[in-house]
Design a protein around this ligand. Structure first.
Ligand SMILES: [Zn+2]
Length: 265
């Protein structure tokens, strides 16, 4: 039963033994009626756009991932992967006063990161992580990294080049079991930390950061589809996987903005 397991009893309900995420293991919002417990409802500020509202959930993932790393103020930080979650982790880390480098294989995603104000970016297939961090941070290296790729090579590169005593937060979901040099974790006193999702306070912090303009949401808005074209939205994501960030399904015609993909009309 929910609320009774060991994680729940210490307040970690986001890693409940019986966790069912709405939209994944339980029905989500794509239905006529959506019912949820009132304690799970967080009101949005009145002047929020629907797009900002939709980005609170992934931003809360990022807030929790950054909180897991502890205090990052004044530290050099690397975010592996510039998809929507990597982008938001980078923005939250920057909002927490870290100096941030983002790596990815996609020029499109790195360009979005720069438009969100992340100044250091690197194509991971064109320079090593070592070279990229030397370019961004000089000889001081980096103290903290978030993996938002779920891939072996970037994680192993991060473990191999992070400063002694550094922290690596695993945000990405791995399809295959990665081989990572745990000998370096031992020898350099690194900390490996996992992060799954968020608690209510992470949601509230995400809203505060968006209100304060510390998380840019506009550059993440890739396309809009009408509710009637629900399947087409997923086909678009499939086709454009490295050339899109967030795709919105609009329930009201008048909210269809300039990002609407005309070919689906
Ligand atoms: Zn539980």
């Amino acid at each position: 039963m929910s609320g009774q397991c060991k994680p729940c009893r210490r307040g970690d309900y986001h890693i409940c033994d019986h966790l069912k995420v709405q939209g994944f293991q339980a029905p989500g919002c794509a239905q006529q009626w959506f019912v949820t417990a009132v304690e799970k409802v967080v009101p949005l500020p009145e002047d929020f756009t629907f797009e900002q509202g939709a980005l609170v959930e992934p931003a809360a993932v990022a807030v929790h991932a950054v909180v897991r790393a502890g205090d990052v103020a004044g530290q050099n930080a690397v975010v592996l992967g510039a998809g929507p979650i990597g982008n938001l982790v980078a923005q939250v880390a920057r909002a927490s006063d870290a100096d941030v480098l983002v790596t990815d294989l996609s020029d499109f995603r790195l360009d979005v990161a720069r438009r969100c104000g992340i100044s250091h970016t690197s194509r991971a297939d064109r320079e090593t992580l070592w070279e990229a961090t030397a370019r961004a941070f000089g000889s001081s290296g980096f103290d903290v990294a978030w993996d938002c790729t779920g891939c072996e090579a970037p994680v192993d590169a991060a473990v191999g080049s992070i400063a002694k005593g550094g922290r690596l937060v695993v945000v990405g979901v791995f399809a295959e079991k990665p081989r990572v040099d745990l000998g370096l974790v031992q020898d350099r006193e690194l900390s490996l930390l996992g992060t799954l999702m968020y608690r209510r306070n992470d949601y509230q912090r995400a809203i505060e950061l968006i209100v304060a303009g510390k998380i840019a949401t506009g550059p993440l808005d890739s396309a809009h589809f009408r509710f009637e074209d629900y399947a087409a939205a997923y086909e678009f994501i499939e086709r454009q996987s490295d050339r899109s960030m967030k795709v919105f399904i609009d329930l009201f015609d008048d909210s269809i903005g300039p990002g609407f993909n005309g070919e689906q009309n």
